[in-house]
Design a protein around this ligand. Structure first.
Ligand SMILES: [Fe+2]
Length: 308
């Protein structure tokens, strides 16, 4: 069947707490308004969509972001620009501002020899760019080169369910409260270029977002934790340090339980993942540093965070 027709479109849920594979779509070809609407509906239902067998260049990836609301420059890029890197000079500042190259290849195109390099490290649970005022609504991650049985499995966690399944006392404890988000460290926990380590909560100067947000796509409430590292890091604005750490610890344990998750554990070149960054978190396993991995990511233009 021809791709991008309603007849060809098929949705296969993962059977887990979120995630579905979508067949019959090729974003390299024109996508009509009714197909786009059907994919948006699947996105609202399943939160994370997997498309396979695609071959999108960066412009096509950005055009795909356009179907879901437009593109947004990654927050991380600005730190490298501030440190003096120019567009196209390094994988950390790709030629197109809307694209991030996530790879374990160095800027010379050779395998990064250090196991501890960013591109080889596991990534802690997080949602993308919670440390900016208007975080992206979603993300697209397209596999160009992936290791064979070499890690990089990507897990997602359903934060609607995380909120809905909170015990009543925890729901009451977070009602109306906010987290101030930490922008000092990248997703492996290392300091970003030009940043110095915070020594108190006064040094955490990222935006404050409500702990419970409403996704305008569905009207549903989701837990919105962002990211967290050892103190001092993101904290609950309305609580003192000890209370904040204790409550965040309970929330993080709750939000990353296995029965809230689905893992894409068989990445193949040509895969494209689309996730809703308002109501999911994601994490990845470490990568075999002897095998190349090249992923291109585009973030989808954000909408203001809506408090429940
Ligand atoms: Fe991420």
């Amino acid at each position: 069947m021809t791709a991008n027709t309603l007849e060809a479109l098929s949705i296969e849920p993962s059977g887990k707490a979120l995630g579905a594979e979508i067949l019959g779509i090729d974003f390299a070809k024109p996508v009509s308004a009714d197909i786009c609407e059907a994919v948006m509906a699947a996105w609202a239902d399943h939160l994370v969509l997997l498309f396979r067998g695609l071959s999108l260049d960066d412009d096509q990836l950005l055009e795909t972001a356009g179907l879901f609301g437009g593109q947004q420059e990654a927050g991380s890029r600005g730190y490298f620009v501030k440190a003096g890197f120019k567009a196209g000079e390094t994988n950390n500042v790709a030629t197109r501002p809307g694209v991030s190259i996530i790879t374990n290849l160095g800027d010379d195109g050779k395998l990064e020899s250090r196991k501890a390099a960013f591109g080889n490290q596991p990534l802690k649970w997080h949602s993308d760019n919670s440390y900016v005022e208007v975080p992206p609504t979603g993300g697209l991650l397209h596999a160009h080169i992936v290791p064979v049985n070499g890690g990089g499995e990507t897990s997602f966690s359903n934060q609607y369910l995380a909120y809905e399944r909170l015990p009543a006392d925890l729901k009451a404890a977070i009602d109306g409260k906010h987290i101030r988000h930490d922008d000092h460290r990248n997703t492996t926990g290392r300091l970003r270029p030009t940043m110095t380590a915070p020594t108190s909560r006064d040094d955490i100067t990222g935006p404050s977002h409500p702990i419970v947000r409403v996704n305008p796509l569905t009207g549903r409430r989701a837990l919105y934790l962002g990211r967290h590292y050892e103190w001092p890091s993101s904290f609950i604005v309305e609580l003192d340090d000890d209370e904040s750490e204790a409550l965040l610890g309970e929330l993080w344990d709750h939000a990353t339980q296995d029965d809230l998750t689905w893992t894409h554990d068989n990445w193949t070149a040509g895969d494209l993942l689309l996730w809703d960054n308002r109501c999911t978190m994601h994490a990845r396993t470490p990568i075999d540093f002897t095998q190349p991995r090249v992923m291109h990511r585009a973030l989808i233009k954000g909408d203001p965070v809506i408090a429940a």
